[in-house]
Design a protein around this ligand. Structure first.
Ligand code: UGA
Length: 451
């Protein structure tokens, strides 16, 4: 059994991983440069909205520090690096935090007798692990394989289901060089899964070199993004074909096990801190290799233009008139079950409508505080029904469960003109049309007269 685990970077991945390890009775020390996060963790307060983490945070025994020497005391045998890798303005990836973290770890390796296993979980470009090892060796004067070990193990958890994804992984990818690195990393994951009463299935472990471990993370996200853009592309066509419905296409496609039913939902495009950033980074990687990925450029292009869909509907219904138009927006977060606004399609949608003079009132169960930091001055409603009252149209921008409970009659009763622009396909089109709603759904090719 190994000693303590130090987790570097207590964002979504780091915090979830630290809590999952701690709940599995593995001793954890959390390191971050953000004292606010450390204070909150110390006080057992959750600083991200993430289902199922609350009970874990309430009973955690994680010690926290912003001092590298405290984080890497001798009883720590594993350092999990989960720091962020944000995009630069040109779409390329900024690895500064990863390299800074390696420099700090390297400094503490100088006086360390016993070996440390460093597991990098951040999303990094192929070739980064070798660069990290070079930094660690240069600064510490120690040798990889002899004085310290290094593993690249990318993370696949999603926001909104972070804990569940961590303790029920489809796969665990381990990039390594020496067998002992593989053994120790498998043992760590197995101990964590056992700690959550999961029967470890060794078939889910994928062992490979560093480059492939780094690569697979980008391939994973880019493939899922491609599925979504493909469906959004088809959705646009469905809208031009009376009687066609992307939901039926989605259902039938998903039944083919070669395709799978996941990530086939057409909507307003993908957002969040990962897909847009990672597809951009992969496009850059292609460019640096002297190859053009027209496919991935189109995936991003379709994704961005999908955000124009609500405005396109409003233009056609209201004859290009935006002034005095009261637009209700249901949902702001980039997806349900999170308060994360990063790259949320709602940002572009609201900015554009605001510039054109629309009067916007929006609701989100969790993301309003974050939304205020990135949106123009609009009205926020605590109550869903205030969004509907007197509205000329309502846009569903995030598929929060509570919005699915609004019945057609309520739209009809409260709205000035019952135009519902369902960007997430959460309502039954036939029921809406039957109730007299002017219903527009992504990928729904209306048959006006026959419904
Ligand atoms: C994504 C990946 O799914 C994770 O495996 C990965 O670990 C993570 O990025 C990361 O790289 O850290 P996340 O960004 O949390 O996770 O969110 P997803 O659930 O993947 O959704 C991304 C976006 O796609 C959302 O805006 C969502 O609304 C959209 N989406 C998803 C669709 O438009 N249609 C779908 O069918 C599925």
């Amino acid at each position: 059994m190994f000693g303590k685990v130090a987790v570097f970077g207590l964002g979504y991945v780091g915090l979830t991983t630290a809590l999952a390890l701690d709940a599995a009775k593995i001793r954890v020390v959390g390191y971050d440069i953000d004292n606010d996060k450390l204070d909150k963790l110390k006080n057992k307060e959750l600083y991200i909205h993430e289902p199922n983490l609350e009970p874990l945070i309430e009973m955690h025994n994680i010690s926290v520090t912003n001092d590298i020497n405290v984080a890497l005391q001798d009883d720590v045998k594993i350092a999990l690096v989960c720091v962020g890798t944000p995009s630069r303005n040109d779409g390329s990836i900024n690895l500064e935090y990863v390299f800074n973290c390696m420099e700090e770890i390297a400094t503490s390796l100088i006086n360390r007798d016993k070996g440390l296993l460093i597991i990098l979980k951040s999303t990094v470009l192929p070739g980064t692990s070798e660069k990290c090892i070079a930094i660690l060796e240069k600064i510490s004067g120690k040798y990889h394989g002899q004085d310290f070990s290094f593993v690249m193990s990318p993370e696949f958890l999603r926001e909104g289901s972070a804990l569940s994804d961590t303790i029920n992984p489809d796969k665990i990818v381990i990039g390594f060089k020496h067998d002992s690195e593989w053994d120790a990393t498998v043992e760590l994951y197995v101990q964590m899964l056992i700690g959550h009463d999961k029967e470890p299935n060794y078939d889910i472990f994928v062992g490979c070199n560093y480059v492939n471990a780094e690569f697979v993370k980008y391939a994973n996200n880019a493939y899922l993004a491609t599925k979504i853009s493909f469906m959004n592309d088809l959705a646009n066509l469905c809208e031009e074909v009376p009687g066609a419905d992307i939901k039926m296409i989605e259902k039938a496609l998903g039944m083919d096990h070669r395709i799978s039913p996941y990530f086939l939902k057409a909507g307003l495009g993908y957002g969040g801190s990962c897909f847009p950033k990672d597809v951009d980074a992969l496009i850059h990687l292609f460019e640096n290799a002297g190859i053009e990925s027209t496919l991935l450029q189109e995936v991003q292009g379709v994704n961005l233009s999908q955000r124009n869909w609500p405005e396109y509907i409003i233009r056609s219904v209201f004859a290009n008139t935006f002034s005095n138009l009261r637009v209700g927006v249901l949902g702001l977060a980039f997806k349900p079950d999170t308060d994360d606004m990063r790259e949320s399609p709602a940002i572009d949608i609201i900015h554009n409508l605001h510039i054109r003079g629309a009067d916007i009132i929006a609701h989100d169960p969790e993301a309003v505080e974050n939304a205020k930091k990135v949106l123009p001055p609009i009205t926020y409603a605590d109550d869903i029904y205030d969004v509907l009252s007197g509205a000329d149209c309502v846009i569903v921008a995030t598929d929060w469960k509570e919005y699915t409970h609004i019945i057609p009659r309520t739209f009809k009763k409260l709205m000035k003109r019952p135009v519902v622009i369902d960007g997430r396909r959460i309502y039954n089109p036939q029921a809406m049309l039957k109730a007299g709603i002017e219903y527009y759904g992504v990928g729904f090719g209306k048959l006006d007269e026959t419904y």
